[in-house]
Design a protein around this ligand. Structure first.
Ligand SMILES: [Cu+2]
Length: 120
């Protein structure tokens, strides 16, 4: 006898079910960019509040300068499910923001890299 191959959706949530998306990247003073991200639970496209972002890194890998890095400072977010950071973008161009986050009730760490453009 065959057992059903499909398990209920959501029964086994995984880190790959979550995605960080760029909401905006705005200049915030000289060589600083304010980056707002949204964390989405992909299967139902719902925003995920209260995740703890515990590791961040910014570099210019998208512009071919992976060794050019910038400090990342978390900021208060305006909306649940969004996450805001001020990045020291020493140079205009393409930047990558890499994060590790813990989602409430999820055992796996969510790793993500988003790209944004810094203008100055
Ligand atoms: Cu650069």
């Amino acid at each position: 006898m065959l057992t059903p191959a499909l398990l209920a959706t959501g029964a086994f949530a995984a880190a790959s079910d979550y995605r960080f998306e760029v909401v905006s990247a705005r200049p915030a003073g000289p060589h600083k960019t304010d980056v707002t991200l949204r964390l989405v639970h992909v299967p139902d496209n719902k925003p995920v509040p209260d995740a703890v972002v515990f590791q961040t890194k910014a570099d210019m890998a998208p512009a071919g300068m992976p060794t050019m890095t910038g400090a990342v400072a978390p900021q208060a977010a305006q909306q649940p499910g969004t996450y805001r950071f001020q990045v020291d973008t020493g140079m205009a161009g393409g930047w990558a923001l890499t994060l590790a986050a813990k989602v409430q009730g999820e055992a796996e760490t969510v790793h993500a890299t988003v790209t944004f453009s810094a203008a100055q």
